[in-house]
Design a protein around this ligand. Structure first.
Ligand SMILES: [Zn+2]
Length: 411
């Protein structure tokens, strides 16, 4: 076996080990006593339901991880990717087309593999616990649209990066970073106009008590928010949410219709105050800069390795240069970096969440934010006692208990 392939397999096993360990730890903490600040959130019956929901998710998570590991090894060890790369070379002489065909097959096969799991999650687990609102037609249409989006947008980006690589050699990463940055900025601005309408309907929040309350409160906090939209989250699930998107003229606050259904006006205003905190602290722009830096680092390291024939050989390629195989080998070799980067990104994100909560608190919304967050958590049967290691590694938001404790400090 190629030494690089042994390394790649070791990394695949490492990731499997870490995610299994985290899931096991979380399972161990499931029955931990509920934090004092959250006592009474679930009655006995609802608590039993929550525990059953967690167990069901944990079981599927295990199966999915094991299946995905088995498939990855079955593809890597006999060199299936190398075989696929050779096959695309027989179909066309254009290197760009070879690359696009390779990744199209890769994306379609990956989508097919994950399909039974998302189907089971939506129509068995979420259905059983009363969350699912997705019809079968919506499910299949959404799956198809996501795949097409991946193929079109991924194909476009990949083509540009490959053309830059072909003409510029190793220094392509600088221009490729600029192209990716433009791509990220463009979709940050137009996400609500271009992507969201493919899956959901949005309409401006109607005039009335809620809109007036929101406008008055945002005025008090120093904002004049005009772009308040309601999205039909109820098309997919009963779970509720709100988010802030875009920047500059394209700023927009989006409330799920399920949020409006489940929370009182004061609680919605408090959730909005939290979102305005993100806006005040320019969190959208910070996140965008962070992703651009990550892309730059990845492309730079890839530029150092892209011409190395060993990357292709490791995956069973017979040609010395295959951009597709180099890219896959590179992403597998650098996947352990995620184990370091992810906790850092999540740590930064959790700090932003605390800061946004503190902003809402500063304008006297903490009491309603607490009751709103409690309701949302109870309605989604969320885990009140995640293991600290899981929070550290995977949580983009502090736990409910942590948020409430911070909000109650010096109230
Ligand atoms: Zn937030």
């Amino acid at each position: 076996m190629h030494p690089l392939l042994i390394l790649i397999i070791a990394f695949v096993l490492l990731e499997f080990g870490v995610s299994s360990l985290l899931s096991w730890l979380n399972g161990k903490w499931m029955t931990h006593p509920i934090p004092k600040v959250l006592e009474g959130l679930y009655d006995e019956e609802k608590y039993q339901k929550q525990q059953a929901y967690m167990r069901a998710n944990k079981r599927v998570g295990w199966i999915e991880r094991c299946v995905s590991l088995a498939i990855t090894l079955a593809v890597l060890i006999p060199g299936v990717l190398g075989w696929l790369d050779d096959l695309t070379a027989q179909w066309t002489h254009s290197l760009l087309l070879q690359l696009l065909i390779f990744f199209a097959i890769y994306a379609v096969v990956s989508a097919i593999i994950s399909l039974p799991f998302s189907y089971y999650d939506t129509f068995i687990i979420e259905q059983k616990f009363g969350f699912n609102k997705t019809t079968h037609l919506t499910f299949w249409l959404d799956t198809l649209k996501s795949l097409l989006l991946t193929l079109v947008l991924g194909g476009m980006l990949l083509s540009v990066i490959f053309i830059l690589y072909s003409y510029l050699g190793p220094s392509f990463w600088i221009w490729a970073t600029l192209v990716c940055a433009a791509f990220i900025i463009f979709f940050s601005l137009f996400y609500s106009n271009l992507i969201v309408p493919l899956f959901n309907k949005q309409k401006p929040l109607e005039e009335g008590e809620l809109r007036t309350a929101i406008e008055n409160a945002s005025h008090e906090m120093g904002f004049s928010i005009k772009n308040i939209y309601v999205i039909n989250g109820s098309k997919h699930s009963t779970k509720a949410n709100a988010y802030f998107t875009g920047f500059g003229m394209k700023k927009r606050v989006v409330l799920y219709d399920t949020l409006i259904e489940q929370l009182t006006t004061e609680e919605i205003v408090a959730v909005l105050a939290h979102e305005l905190g993100h806006n005040k602290h320019r969190d959208t722009i910070k996140t965008m800069i962070m992703s651009i830096v990550m892309v730059a680092v990845n492309l730079f390291v890839f530029s150092l390795l892209a011409d190395n024939p060993e990357l292709s050989h490791a995956l069973g390629g017979t040609r010395d240069h295959s951009f597709a195989l180099s890219l896959v080998a590179f992403s597998l070799l650098f996947s352990p970096i995620d184990l370091v980067i992810e906790p850092i990104i999540n740590g930064v994100s959790r700090r932003c969440e605390y800061a946004a909560d503190a902003f809402a608190k500063k304008y006297d919304h903490s009491e309603h934010l607490i009751s709103g967050l409690k309701k949302l958590s109870a309605n989604t049967l969320s885990n009140l006692t995640p293991h600290p290691a899981v929070v550290w590694m995977d949580y983009s938001h502090p736990t409910l208990a942590q948020r409430i404790t911070a909000l109650m400090k010096n109230v």
